[in-house]
Structure formats: structure tokens, C-alpha cells
Write a protein that binds this ligand. Structure first.
Ligand SMILES: [Zn+2]
Length: 222
């Protein structure tokens, strides 16, 4: 993950003062490149909240490492797994110990499970990069978008309010990676799963009956 690496370098660059003159130019370049990466990362997370790993790289201090699978170290600012924070492209419908997945609507979870099995036949893995989110975490994502876009009106076109978000109701999943998104756009309706926003190819909800037709896309989450 390129941005992730850049941001990690940025953290190193900002935390460790350049030890000598000859490295300072490099530090300046790294900082400049990282500023671009930071802006891109904020734009991404504002779009969807689907990029928690990126903001995590920017904002997190150390979480507590989990000896089992590392999941306990997932944080996005002051938010963690209990708020639904998940790493991108790492977990599947089987990772039901994680609240972001466990708190999904059971019907949605079952549909994603069936789709995951079918996708595996095509050598595609459906990762759940975001599922259920706490209202506080959703508000945090909206607040970040407001900072980024300068107004609540602009922000709400890319991030829903806690009241309006289907994620806080456990009724939406953000699926990765991109190959999985396109697979699910093509095959999801067989399981009742539909892309719902034209500007979010990763966001799926139970929006039709299995085998039915998906409703017309809304332009965005606003
Ligand atoms: Zn979503």
C-alpha cells in the first residue's frame, strides 16, 4: 500500500529530527511527497470511510498488539475495532469476532457469505474493508470530511451522517479489493447484494431479493 508506506515514512520523518545536514534535503522531499499523500488519504477516507488503514497510518499512536492476529492493533485516531475499524482487504465474512463484521445485519452477513463462496469459485476473495460502524466513528468520518471539503453540505455528498448511514445500522459493507468490487457488481444481485451509490463501487447493501434486479444507482451518499 503505497500511501501507507509514505505516511509511515512521514511519521518517522516528523518524529525523528534529521540527525545531520546531509539527510535534511531528503527529509524535506519525504515531507513534501507525504503532504501530497496525506491530502490524497484524507480525500479517500472522506469518500467512503473505506480507507481507515490510511488514516490510521497518519493519526494513530500505538495500539495494543494482539498476539493472535494483530486485529487488536487496528485504530483510526481514537477509534478501534470496538467502533468497527477494520483493515482494508484483510478480513472476510468469516472474521466474526470483529464487531465491524459481527454487528452486521444477519441477512446481509448471510448474503455476503454466499457471495464469498461463489466468488471463490472464480478465484476472487471478497474482503470486508468496512461493515458496521459505531455512530461516534461515523461522526468522526463525517467531521474529517467536513474539514477536508470545507462545508457539511459538500462533505455529506461523500460521507453520510450517523443517522443516515447504512453502516451504523449494520446494513452495508464496503468490499475490496477492486477485482472483488467488479465481481460483486456483476454477480451480487443473485444474492440480493447491490452497489447503491454510483461514486462508490465498493459499497453494497441488500437492496433486492436474491435473483432480483438492483435498483437504479443513487449518485452519492448525500
Ligand atoms: Zn460504505
Amino acid at each position: 500500500m503505497r500511501h501507507h508506506d509514505l505516511d509511515r515514512r512521514r511519521q518517522q520523518a516528523t518524529r525523528q529530527p534529521a540527525p545531520a545536514r546531509r539527510t535534511s534535503n531528503r527529509a524535506v522531499i519525504v515531507l513534501a511527497v507525504s503532504a501530497v499523500a496525506l491530502a490524497a488519504a484524507i480525500a479517500l477516507v472522506a469518500c467512503s470511510g473505506v480507507a481507515p488503514a490510511i488514516t490510521r497510518a497518519i493519526t494513530s499512536s500505538a495500539g495494543q498488539p494482539d498476539p493472535d492476529d494483530g486485529a487488536g492493533s487496528m485504530t483510526d485516531g481514537r477509534f478501534g475495532t470496538a467502533d468497527g475499524v477494520l483493515d482494508e482487504n484483510r478480513f472476510t465474512v468469516d472474521d466474526v469476532e470483529l464487531p465491524g463484521i459481527a454487528n452486521l445485519d444477519p441477512d446481509l452477513l448471510e448474503a455476503v457469505r454466499q457471495a464469498t463462496e461463489a466468488a471463490a469459485d472464480d478465484d476472487i476473495t471478497l474482503f470486508i474493508s468496512s461493515g458496521w460502524r459505531s455512530t461516534a466513528y461515523q461522526q468522526h468520518l463525517l467531521d474529517e470530511a467536513i474539514l477536508r471539503y470545507g462545508s457539511e453540505e459538500a462533505a455529506r455528498q461523500v460521507v453520510a451522517t450517523p443517522e443516515g448511514s447504512s453502516h451504523t445500522r449494520g446494513a452495508a459493507v464496503d468490499i475490496g479489493a477492486t477485482d472483488a468490487d467488479y465481481w460483486l457488481i456483476e454477480h451480487g444481485s443473485a444474492f440480493g447484494l447491490c452497489q447503491t451509490y454510483a461514486n462508490e463501487i465498493w459499497h453494497f447493501e441488500l437492496a433486492t431479493t436474491p435473483g432480483g434486479e438492483c435498483p437504479e444507482l443513487l449518485p452519492d451518499a448525500g
